[in-house]
Design a protein around this ligand. Structure first.
Ligand SMILES: Cc1cc2nc3c(=O)[nH]c(=O)nc-3n(C[C@H](O)[C@H](O)[C@H](O)COP(=O)(O)OP(=O)(O)OC[C@H]3O[C@@H](n4cnc5c(N)ncnc54)[C@H](O)[C@@H]3O)c2cc1C
Length: 446
């Protein structure tokens, strides 16, 4: 938009949630987000480009409409090279090829930063673990070209139903936001990983399977890693190696917190006659236990229960034609105190775990990875206590842990007057389009 001034709202917004325009070397954008911080993050991602980093950070102002960002486009003067402390002959080492490690590797590779990603498994995972991909994680996948492939392969959620025992108590549309981006897409985690790995190989990087990190030792200007008994030098190391992280052990960090006492369970099933595609159902039992049935394909569903044996726990039987996988698991509500230092860092489950209620775990790991890569490239991993990667991600991790814990406690309410009133209110709100939209936005954008 020619002649735009700082603070102008772009009326040529391509999308209602995020619009941008430019004048000379300056670009302006409006992001109507639920919080100023989120708006700023999203705008920065929107303007991230190529393998260059802008010297001046964007200036952002926020008001109740959202955040308005002024961003200087790179010119010969203000472009700075990629972090000069990353030697081109000593790759960055990413440990673990789950969604976090693959995202980090892809974010670096697409900006031509030399990277090696190792995985102790002999090949790609077949586990479907996380299924829900939030719009804010999709923003990151879009930037690397993985987003459209994920969208195409996944099952969008159309409706959320809350059942009290065997009675449907409330129904919310999840596909009503005018911004088609504000949706929940469901895809088994191993398929998301396959897409990320294929985008990574398009940049000439393949996962080194069958390679296990044994130990690391930091020197002044590099990290010496022992992988399958051989020495490997890296400029930086990211531990995306999950809950039992060896990198975290090296850093001497503990995942502090607690485990939930009861076992949870999961079952992936085919059930062609269960429900129309795209309907996400939450069953609240009278005893305060809950079962979530998530559509992960046209006729495939994932049941997750707060008790063992998800299928047996259902108040309404699912007509299952095939069980792909069943199992029980323990949930930890935990986080490290520090996400790393100097040349060795943590991201994803290596740094935090929480309940699957709300489906945030993989999404948070993807977000950690993208922020780490961006800070590494911009030489901003450590800078003051307010801005460093560790502080920033710790705050975000706490926000997500608090959100998922609130959601978990909410669904764990026993049957009674309080729960009936809450469900009635939700049912009424679900029938009012603007309120339905507001609730869906709140669920998807946190
Ligand atoms: C049953 C279940 C359901 C879930 N549902 C959801 C959901 O709906 N939505 C959501 O967002 N999240 C969900 N999650 C959480 C989600 O699966 C995790 O948050 C996510 O997998 C974390 O990704 P990551 O890459 O950080 O770690 P991981 O996926 O654990 O990957 C770590 C990788 O590092 C490798 N590794 C470990 N040690 C080494 C080593 N020394 N050397 C080399 N490689 C190593 C491992 O083999 C592994 O492949 C669920 C989890 C479970 C268990």
């Amino acid at each position: 938009m020619a002649g735009a001034r700082d603070g102008d709202i772009c009326r040529h917004a391509a999308r209602s949630r995020l619009g941008a325009c430019g004048a000379g070397n300056a670009r302006y954008a409006l992001c109507a987000c639920e919080s100023a911080d989120r708006g700023r993050q999203r705008l920065r991602r929107f303007f991230r480009s190529g393998n260059e980093t802008q010297r001046s950070a964007a200036t952002a102002r926020s008001n109740r409409l959202g955040s308005i960002l002024r961003w200087e486009m790179p010119t010969a003067k203000n472009v700075v090279p990629v972090n000069t402390r990353i030697p081109m002959d000593t790759p960055v080492l990413i440990v673990g090829a789950g969604p976090t490690g693959l995202t980090a590797a892809l974010e670096l590779a697409r900006r031509n930063v030399p990277v090696r990603i190792i995985e102790r498994r002999d090949g790609p995972s077949i586990l479907s673990r996380a299924v829900g991909i939030m719009p804010w994680a999709m923003d990151i996948l879009d930037a690397s070209g993985a987003g459209p492939l994920v969208r195409e392969a996944s099952q969008p959620t159309r409706r959320l139903e809350v059942w009290s025992g065997s009675r449907r108590a409330a129904s919310l549309r999840m596909d009503v936001d005018p911004d088609p981006h504000v949706r929940l897409f469901c895809l088994p985690q191993n398929e998301t990983e396959t897409i990320l790995a294929s985008r990574l190989s398009a940049h000439g990087v393949t996962v080194d399977y069958g390679q296990r990190l044994d130990s690391i030792e930091e020197t002044e200007d590099a990290v010496r890693s022992t992988i399958n008994g051989s020495i490997h030098m890296a400029s930086y190391v990211l531990g995306a190696d999950g809950v039992r992280s060896a990198v975290r052990a090296h850093l001497g960090q503990e995942l502090r917190g607690f485990d939930l006492q009861s076992k949870w369970s999961i079952a992936d099933v085919d059930a062609p006659e269960w429900s129309e595609p795209g309907v996400f159902r939450v069953f609240l039992r009278d005893d305060g236990e809950a079962i979530f049935v998530i559509p992960i394909g046209p006729t495939r569903f994932r049941a997750v229960a707060s008790v063992p044996d998800a299928l047996a726990a259902m108040p309404v039987p699912i007509p299952v034609t095939r069980v792909h996988r069943e199992g029980d698991f323990i949930i930890g509500i935990r986080q490290v105190g520090s996400y790393g230092r100097r040349r060795v860092w943590l991201a994803g489950d290596a740094a935090h775990t929480h309940s699957p209620v709300g489906g945030r775990g993989m999404n948070l790991g993807i977000e950690d990875a993208a922020e780490w890569a961006e800070r590494l490239i911009g030489d901003r991993l450590e800078r003051g206590i307010d801005e460093g990667y560790s502080v920033s991600r710790h705050v975000r991790g706490q926000e997500i842990i608090a959100f998922t814990e609130r959601a978990r406690r909410l669904v764990a309410r026993r049957a009674g007057l309080g729960r009936s009133l809450a469900l009635n209110a939700l049912g009424t709100l679900g029938n009012m389009a603007p309120l339905n939209r507001a609730i869906a936005r709140r669920m998807l954008l946190t």
